[in-house]
Design a protein around this ligand. Structure first.
Ligand code: UDP
Ligand code: MG
Length: 321
């Protein structure tokens, strides 16, 4: 029997995690490019394709890939759990010494992998890929993304570099550290920076999507931003206290003025407009503060249930079964 040069050794050196949701159109081309990059990599490799409950034929395409390439592992989730959960599932199934997370839509060129591995071989625990261009993204998305990183930076509990996505390499110990963080509200970029270790940033050109369309609409991005802020900072909770303090101080001054005026100039009944304005304003401020508390409370609620982050439907390694 001819030995299969792709036969996976006991423990692969490099694992590539690919979360995919409805990517049937791109997966064959993606695999072709990834495979030819990995052919040239020194050491055994595996590719972990995570099907995040796709409704198209992505899973079938992945099985097809696995039947032809022994390095492919297919992890199917029972439904769509979102990219963050799909990545977590991939990280948990990756056994390599270096693990690379890459999008399936070819926006992250697999050809960058050798450069990432070179940094890792020189001792980096995390190689972050920073895009020098965001081809195919609207100016509004780019602007909101920049604002978001600015806010995260201001809040300052963790350092999330701008223009860095999920495309990155993690060393075994960094993966093991990230795996210990079991929170359900997963802002992965935050979790990656929270674990620390030596980071290296490489720049690359982010391509436009090869086929299909982005799964991120503005509503999803907005929720993602709230998630990012509330899972790493309690600053919004403090805003309520400060706003309350400022309003109370203003009310005290105003009260003193009204009192003095009444004492010296008598008190003809007046000021309906002021009264209504003040009542409405305070009502608004209170509701807003309650809303902020609610955001956090909701997250505590989700967290205490301790549900698993994802449910696996099947795992397949290589051409067998
Ligand atoms: N993805 C996923 N689950 C989802 C949404 C997206 O696994 O619920 C995958 C998707 O297949 C792709 C990657 O995450 O490989 C990035 O998604 P997308 O291209 O839609 O995001 P963008 O590049 O626009 O930020
Ligand atoms: Mg994309």
């Amino acid at each position: 029997m001819v030995p299969d040069i792709h036969a996976v050794a006991a423990r692969p050196v490099v694992s590539v995690v690919v979360p995919a949701y409805n990517e049937a159109d791109v997966l064959p081309e993606f695999h072709r490019r990834l495979a030819s990059v990995l052919d040239a990599v020194d050491g055994a490799c595996e590719m972990i394709y995570v099907d995040d409950g796709s409704t198209d034929s992505s899973l079938g395409v992945m099985h097809d890939i696995a039947s032809r390439d022994a390095r492919a592992v297919v992890v199917a989730l029972s439904r769509n759990f979102g990219k963050e959960a799909a990545m977590t599932a991939g990280l948990e199934h990756a056994s390599g010494e270096a693990v690379i997370v890459i999008d399936a839509d070819l926006q992250d060129p697999p050809e960058e992998i050798p450069a990432m591995l070179a940094q890792w071989r020189e001792g980096a625990d995390m190689v972050l890929m920073q895009r020098s261009s965001r081809a195919g993204e609207s100016w509004f998305k780019q602007w909101t993304a920049r604002r978001f990183y600015r806010v995260m930076d201001r809040l300052g509990e963790i350092d999330v570099p701008g223009d860095v996505g999920d495309f990155r390499l993690l060393s075994r110990r960094a993966v093991d550290a990230v795996r210990q963080l079991r929170e359900r509200t997963r802002f992965m970029k935050g979790l990656y920076s929270w674990v620390g270790f030596r980071q290296v940033i490489l720049r690359y050109e982010r391509d436009a999507r090869h086929a299909g369309e982005t799964k991120w609409n503005y509503w999803r991005l907005w929720n993602f931003a709230i998630e990012g802020i509330t899972s790493f900072s309690t600053a919004p909770l403090k805003i309520a206290s400060y706003a309350g303090f400022a309003v109370a101080f203003g009310a005290f001054l105003f009260g003193a003025k009204v009192l003095l005026k009444t004492m010296f100039f008598g008190d003809p009944v007046q000021g309906f407009t002021t009264l209504v304005t003040v009542v409405l304003f305070l009502g608004g401020v209170q509701l807003m503060a309650l809303g902020v508390i609610g955001e956090y409370l909701g997250r505590v609620f989700v967290e205490v249930k301790r549900r698993p982050l994802y449910i696996i439907e099947s795992v397949r390694r290589g051409p067998g079964d």
